[in-house]
Design a protein around this ligand. Structure first.
Ligand code: PLP
Length: 410
């Protein structure tokens, strides 16, 4: 049989596999040395007691005749969808119907799968650097052409750098889909209402679909910044939004997320007619998913409820303090640094002409700290480096000190 040549032609190695290999090799040659991991964006704090109790209660229910649940609705149980609408959107003046919210096992799943709704020749734009999943999913579907000299032939990239204040300049060429992520992974940048409004207006004028990834919105500490793209008038006609319980409620191992596909968002058919994206997504889901488990959805519901929110807020505050510790240590070095205020990520410019990979190797070797080289997030990530604030307080303080000492001695 013939294979999918687009997958076969992908650049080798998923970024984090390459990092894991280098760290493994380092640890093997330096036994007993403590390595502080600030690379992958995984949380470390345990589930809130209220959430874990709801999770356990639902599992126990499943062991009873009355409480057993088989296949659930593929788009999520109404109890969770209602909780999401009531707790996450209504307080911000956003009104959504039950049919517009779809529960899934992760925003990675959703942001990778949504491209199945686009035509094979749709023109895709991403901010650069970018969460690699958006690009890889489109590349595997054959939409991006060949990967030559570190770039995809048909991908439109919008540089977001220290120099341009991390605000993308909108493309002049035709773009069918634009992926945005705020607060941003990897840069930690946020977007203002005015800028987001200008992008929504631009998308509406041109018939461009926005995929808005708000996986980190719980980290926004300024209430004047948009938490959802639907705070912008007109966004309900041009944008799909992906959110996740992963970084908010510590669900990276539990797995639950949701996607909003408003009924107002339409796509074009080659024949000239219009079709509802909501209907297409529902149709796709019916064929490809059997939903998320009942206990996981009960745990997610608990995470939306006031007691769950209160307990989760304590975890997020702890990560925010970690970010503040890192930010202070890095600022003192005089290197350009972005993020760390409304996001669990800090985006650092490597000193001198160092590449991100050179800084990675240097910090692993001399500080025993693992970060992520910016090159892994796209061409504009070259010479940059990402640190995450998801570690323990102890590790964060130690890591910040070690990074500082190593860079001062450079
Ligand atoms: N979106 C962004 C921007 C992310 O950084 C991540 C995880 O790191 C995800 C989505 C994945 O979220 P989930 O764990 O819900 O799949």
């Amino acid at each position: 049989m013939f294979v999918n040549e687009h997958i076969a032609g992908m650049p080798a190695g998923y970024l984090f596999s390459e990092i894991a290999q280098r760290v493994k090799a380092f640890s093997a040659s330096h036994p007993g040395e403590k390595v502080i991991r600030m690379g992958i964006g995984d949380v470390t704090r345990p589930l809130s007691p209220f959430v874990s109790e709801a999770f356990a209660r639902a599992a126990r229910e499943m062991a009873t005749d009355k409480g057993f649940h088989g296949y659930g609705p593929e788009g999520g149980y109404p109890f969770l969808i209602d909780a999401i609408i009531r707790e996450e959107y209504a307080p911000r003046g956003i009104s959504l119907s039950r049919e517009e919210v779809f529960v899934s096992d992760g925003a990675k799943t959703d942001t990778a799968a949504i491209q199945e709704l686009f035509s094979p020749d749709a023109a895709i734009a991403v901010t650069d650097p970018v969460y690699p999943v958006y690009v890889d999913a489109n590349a595997m579907a054959g939409r991006l052409g060949r990967y030559l000299n570190g770039r995809w032939e048909r991908l439109v990239t919008l540089p977001c750098t220290h120099e341009n204040g991390f605000m993308p300049e909108l493309p002049r060429e035709r773009v069918d889909v634009l992926y945005l992520c705020y607060p941003n992974n990897p840069t930690g940048a946020v977007i203002s209402h005015d800028k987001l409004r200008s992008i929504v207006d631009w998308a509406a004028e041109r018939g461009t679909l926005i995929i808005y990834d708000a996986a980190y919105r719980a980290f926004i500490s300024d209430s004047s910044l948009p938490h959802s793209i639907y705070e912008v008038p007109g966004a309900g006609d041009v944008a799909v939004e992906c959110c996740s319980f992963s970084k908010t409620a510590g669900f990276t191992g539990v797995r639950c997320a949701w996607m909003v596909v408003p009924k107002g968002v339409k796509g074009r058919l080659p024949s000239g007619g219009q079709v509802s994206l909501n209907a297409l997504w529902r149709r796709r889901l019916a064929s490809k998913s059997n939903g998320v488990s009942y206990p996981v959805q009960k745990a997610a519901e608990a995470a939306c409820l006031p007691q769950g929110q209160k307990e989760i807020a304590a975890n997020i505050a702890a990560y925010r303090q970690n970010a503040a510790i890192l930010l202070e240590a890095l600022r003192g070095l005089g290197l350009p640094v972005q993020g760390g205020t409304h996001a669990p990520y800090l985006w650092l410019k490597a000193p001198g002409n160092m590449t991100g990979w050179a800084l990675f190797d240097f910090l692993l070797d001399s500080a025993r700290v693992v970060g992520t080289p910016g090159e892994g997030f796209g061409p504009s990530g070259a010479g940059c480096f990402r640190l995450t604030a998801f570690g323990s307080r102890e590790d964060t303080i130690l890591g910040a000190e070690r990074i500082r000492e190593a860079l001062l001695a450079l």
